[in-house]
Design a protein around this ligand. Sequence first.
Ligand SMILES: [Zn+2]
Length: 213
Amino acid sequence: MEKVAISIDNDNFTNIEFHASEIFRGKEYPWNHFVKKEQRIEIIKNVLRTLNDAYQEIKIFACAVHKNSFPNEDPVLKAFEDVSSRFDLYLQRISTDKKYKGLIILDKSTYEQGLQNLTKTIREEGNQWGNQLRTLCEVPLFVDSKASRIVQLADHIAYSVFRRYEANDINYFNEIESRFDKHEHFYHGLSHLQLVNPHCTCPACLTRRTDRK
Ligand SMILES: [Zn+2]
């Protein structure tokens, strides 16, 4: 990702923060220097493509929540619970003689209000975390995405999933689809929480229906 940042502004690359929706909008520096939308789409894809060179062990997890299906629930909290439990199960699955421990790091600048509520819930129910998610070794930590390329990459993964489900735009999603945690052809790394379409053909819904047969 540093290489991608250098290609954007060689003199100021450490201050380049990749934030997919800002890149796509192209309103602010340095994204306003890329006048064509196609150029900015390519930058988002280049960030996602850094996963191509990553270790095979690196897996991604995401959850898409259809908000209207769960009108009385906080979608951010719902997605967080879903993703963290999948991550926990993944660590249990790969733990053999070696026990793996997990750490969850959150971007504190995104969905600020939602995450504030989430923090409150985590604080209030802090003692339960160890019981619910057995592999976690610490409460979730919040970091400034400016300081962390990995959090910026996570933002792009979230954006790809958002575009896939919200706008049927599979451009970004296709770049990362093979990286979702999969086991025996089952997509554990991706879930689609919705109650409106029993015939949804997204990879997450499809894999679960096939699994039940
Ligand atoms: Zn689906």
